[in-house]
Design a protein around this ligand. Structure first.
Ligand SMILES: Cc1cc2nc3c(=O)[nH]c(=O)nc-3n(C[C@H](O)[C@H](O)[C@H](O)COP(=O)(O)O)c2cc1C
Length: 213
């Protein structure tokens, strides 16, 4: 018989999901992350489902200060451009947000999608399915990290092509996520952007529909 989980197991998983946070540079500690721990995170990523079992993910582990600094330059440029798209109070609020932890996190992880050269089962009508598979791997890693009390922050305010160039990525590799990983001083109880009043939490009835919209 297949493995049966208990109600306690299920509650534990729910707690890990609920207490997972996006962590920025204001919360990372300089404490090193051992390779054995990093391996656990990568193993979790590799358990993820993928369209046609294509496993289209690639991971680049970055500990080099020089590389981190290059990526952070890309963030700074992208962030200035991003902030300019918000006006009035939102622009002021944006300027106060810490939106990455590239230099503060001991480990950075660039996660790529390897564009296939032949058709992939299940991806023939919806070409983004491979990319979504990579996101599943990132979410697995994020939850495993939380279970080990390690913080993860996703940085998307960067030029993906600049990161590709910095990391010498092959042509067919596409950046999906750039993650900052490390121990933290605390995990906040709720999303920082909720606390800051940037966005409000949506309730279930706003987003769940029965039978049709
Ligand atoms: C695809 C993706 C991209 C994100 N990019 C950024 C980012 O560039 N900078 C940032 O501070 N947070 C980023 N986040 C984190 C979100 O802001 C965060 O998940 C959200 O505010 C909810 O907070 P929580 O993850 O702590 O629950 C990203 C999250 C996702 C899923």
């Amino acid at each position: 018989m297949s493995h049966q989980f208990t109600t306690d197991n299920s509650q534990l998983l729910s707690d890990i999901m609920r207490l997972r946070r996006d962590v920025r540079g204001n919360h990372f500690l300089p404490k090193p992350v051992d390779n054995s721990i990093l391996d656990k995170l990568l193993d979790a990523a590799l358990y993820a489902p993928s369209v046609g079992y294509s496993q289209p993910w690639q991971f680049v582990v970055i500990r080099s200060e020089k590389i981190k600094q290059q990526v952070q330059q890309s963030f700074l440029q992208a962030n200035t451009a991003g902030q300019a798209l918000f006006t009035g109070d939102k622009n002021v609020q944006y300027s106060k947000l810490k939106l990455e932890g590239i230099l503060e996190a001991p480990v950075n992880l660039a996660v790529f999608y390897q564009n296939p050269s032949t058709p992939v089962l299940g991806q023939t009508s919806m070409p983004d399915m491979g990319r979504f598979s990579v996101v599943c791997a990132i979410q697995n890693l994020w939850l495993m990290a939380r279970s080990l009390n390690i913080g993860v922050g996703w940085v998307s305010i960067i030029d993906p092509n600049a990161v590709k160039q910095i990391l010498n990525a092959p042509k067919e590799s596409e950046l999906i996520g750039y993650l900052c990983i490390g121990y933290v001083d605390e995990f906040l109880d709720e999303p920082e952007l909720k606390t800051a009043g940037w966005e409000q939490q949506k309730v279930k009835s706003e987003v769940v529909f029965n039978e049709s919209f």
